[in-house]
Design a binder for this molecule. Structure first.
Ligand code: ADP
Ligand code: MG
Length: 268
């Protein structure tokens, strides 16, 4: 390998001067963020600062319009890609408010999603749909990891699930789909301490050197279990401060009020 080749490799995820508008209102006002594979970055910030807007924009939600800037995933701009193409490329979003889909079982949903991804990956090769027994084995092992009763497989997705069950099923999806970029939007919200530990252990078990995680949270609590190397505080659509894990402890002690809008100031 020639010298400097590593430096020339594209970043895993590169968000450049991202501006996003929702219903005619600018919510994200120039986000710059680079996540390499194997890294966990946390985005913290007050309610309404634009955290879910960032998550939705990365996933390609049509309501979230990018008006400026770019998002590169492994060197390619994904802005013109639909949500399905992004998912098939390995981008996964765990929703803050997972939707129920009555009529679609958890097992069918997961198998369909996994097969769509395998098919896309095998577009130039011969990747086949996963066999039902093989899929069942995979799903049950991941359910065990998230301490979900096997009976969840035949229940309708999120239909009548408790808040904690919905969040565990989001991480079950992540575990089955094995993404390369996972955006976890307030996966901790509404969880009691036991569920928080189970969900966090699930995320940690799925973490690997090919995966980058963007962990969105309002509270420091989940960071006792999932350890980001970088923390960014989003205020009014901009990253006001970035730092290491110690920044979360400062936020825990002092709240968000002391952070004013800056321009990417780094706290040491
Ligand atoms: P956070 O996740 O940090 O609490 P959001 O990204 O959900 O913040 O919201 C940021 C701002 O964008 C809020 O003012 C919110 O009302 C607005 N917003 C987000 N999504 C929508 C939407 N789908 N329709 C209208 N306004 C929205
Ligand atoms: Mg949110």
């Amino acid at each position: 390998m020639r010298e400097g080749a590593i430096e020339d490799m594209p970043s895993h995820l590169e968000i450049k001067n991202l501006h996003v508008q929702v219903e005619g209102k600018e919510i994200l006002k120039g986000i710059d963020l680079t996540i390499d594979s194997g890294q966990i970055h946390a985005i913290m910030g007050p309610n309404g600062s634009g955290k879910s807007t960032l998550a939705n924009a990365l996933a390609g939600h049509p309501k979230y319009g990018v008006t400026q800037g770019d998002v590169l995933f492994k060197g390619s701009s994904i802005l013109s890609w639909g949500p399905d193409a992004r998912a098939q490329a390995g981008i996964f979003l765990a929703f803050q408010y997972p939707m129920a889909i009555p009529g679609v079982t958890v097992a069918n949903f997961l198998r369909t999603a996994l097969n769509a991804k395998r098919k896309a990956a095998g577009a130039n090769g011969d990747a086949k749909a996963i066999s039902i027994p093989e899929f069942r084995k995979l799903m049950l092992s991941k359910m065990q990891l998230l301490r979900l009763d096997p009976s969840f497989a035949t229940r309708y997705l999120n239909d009548g699930f408790s808040g904690g069950e919905k969040k565990r099923v989001e991480i079950l999806q992540m575990a089955v789909l094995n993404p390369e970029l996972a955006v976890l939007d307030e996966t901790d919200s509404g969880l009691d301490i036991d569920a928080l530990r189970i969900v966090s252990e699930g995320v940690n078990a799925v973490m690997n050197p090919r995966l980058g995680i963007l962990l969105i949270t309002h509270y420091q609590r989940i960071l006792n279990y999932i350890k980001p190397q970088f923390i960014h505080v989003l205020v009014n659509g901009k990253i006001a401060v970035s730092g290491g894990p110690e920044l979360a402890l400062q936020l825990e002690e002092r709240g968000y009020d002391w952070i004013k809008e800056g321009n990417g100031q780094v706290v040491n």
